[in-house]
Design a binder for this molecule. Structure first.
Ligand SMILES: Nc1ncnc2c1ncn2[C@@H]1O[C@H](COP(=O)(O)OP(=O)(O)OP(=O)(O)O)[C@@H](O)[C@H]1O
Ligand SMILES: [Mg+2]
Length: 181
């Protein structure tokens, strides 16, 4: 990583017995972007282990590669001008080499990104509830109505007031409707 980004893991919680090994093991992860004039090395050989129950904080100045690193873990910044190498071992596979179909199976079920600006991360043209329900239906064999109910419950669980109204609103109109309680 460029700059001074640092990776720190919280201690393992008490009561966790023998170490089952990391859930995710990252080795020599590199992310480069083709930019005018050459290759920008945004992430330059990161190693990290993530164990069950651990919270890992990645801290660094703006532009030090935090987003490039975390997006690469789930293959979310792949593209013709992005070069990702190294290993992201998860579930017995190297996600850096996994195809899109495999990544779609994992994303939203085992590995998810909570974006800093959630409002901007949602599609403004679709109802908030539909976007949550879509993820549920991608991973669980449930019908539309059941997925919608579950989406509403999830909105309630995270403290959104009036979850039924919030689910029906688009993200932009949700700004007023979805004030967290
Ligand atoms: N798609 C891209 N194409 C070209 N350069 C990129 C791309 N994405 C990121 N970069 C560059 O890679 C470097 C790391 O960016 P990154 O967004 O990972 O930083 P960050 O640590 O997340 O910063 P911030 O704290 O501002 O979110 C920066 O120099 C950025 O300009
Ligand atoms: Mg960032």
């Amino acid at each position: 990583m460029t700059g001074t980004a640092r990776v720190r893991a919280a201690p393992r919680p008490p009561g966790s017995e023998e170490d089952p090994g990391p859930v995710m093991r990252v080795r020599d992860l590199r992310v480069g972007f083709d930019v005018p004039g050459g290759r920008l090395r945004a992430v330059d050989g990161v190693d990290l282990d993530l164990r069950r129950g651990e919270i890992l904080a990645i801290v660094g100045e703006s532009g030090s590669g935090k987003s490039a690193l975390t997006l690469a873990l789930a293959g979310l910044n792949r593209g013709p001008r992005t070069h990702i190498s190294g290993t992201v071992e998860f579930g017995g596979r190297n996600l850096v080499e996994a195809d899109e179909a495999r990544l779609r199976e994992i994303r939203g079920r085992d590995v998810a990104v909570v974006f800093q600006d959630a409002l901007a991360a949602l599609n403004p043209l679709h109802r908030a509830g539909a976007q949550v329900a879509e993820m549920i239906r991608l991973h669980q064999p449930v019908g539309r109505a059941a997925a919608w109910d579950r989406a509403e419950r999830l909105l309630a669980d995270v403290g959104i007031a009036g979850p039924a109204n919030a689910a029906r609103a688009t993200p932009t109109s949700c700004r007023a409707a979805c004030a967290s309680g």
